[in-house]
Design a binder for this molecule. Structure first.
Ligand SMILES: [Zn+2]
Length: 123
């Protein structure tokens, strides 16, 4: 049985549903790209300081690069093996564009959760 005083841990469901790192209930985003400044349920301020979400870029690389690499691999091996590699890379980037909003959102949500995990008291 879980209790409220357990050490902080990652809640994969909360990250998957793009919810608040503190209460697990409030939504981080209110639109496709618009974030809530504060959690609508517990009031936690998501952006801890100016430029806070620069760190989320690392997560978007970590999410995006394997997807594009996989696209290049599939393109070269299965779809257009005779194309030059740079054309396959460009095609993979183009195919990746529709995933951009999801990558953007998950990179920020992941960053909020990781940051709160490793630096729970920072401001
Ligand atoms: Zn909350």
């Amino acid at each position: 049985m879980m209790s409220a005083v357990q050490p902080r841990r990652f809640h994969l469901r909360t990250i998957f549903e793009q919810k608040c790192s503190e209460c697990g209930e409030g939504r981080v985003f209110r639109g496709r790209f618009e974030m809530n400044e504060r959690c609508p349920v517990c009031g936690y301020k998501f952006e801890r300081g100016p430029g806070y979400f620069t760190g989320a870029m690392y997560f978007s690389y970590a999410i995006g690069m394997p997807i594009i690499a996989l696209g290049v691999l599939i393109g070269k091996l299965l779809i257009v093996p005779k194309w030059p590699l740079h054309w396959i890379l460009i095609a993979s980037w183009v195919a990746f564009v529709p995933l951009g909003p999801a990558v953007f959102r998950y990179s920020r949500v992941l960053f909020i959760h990781f940051d709160r995990f490793f630096d729970p008291d920072g401001d």
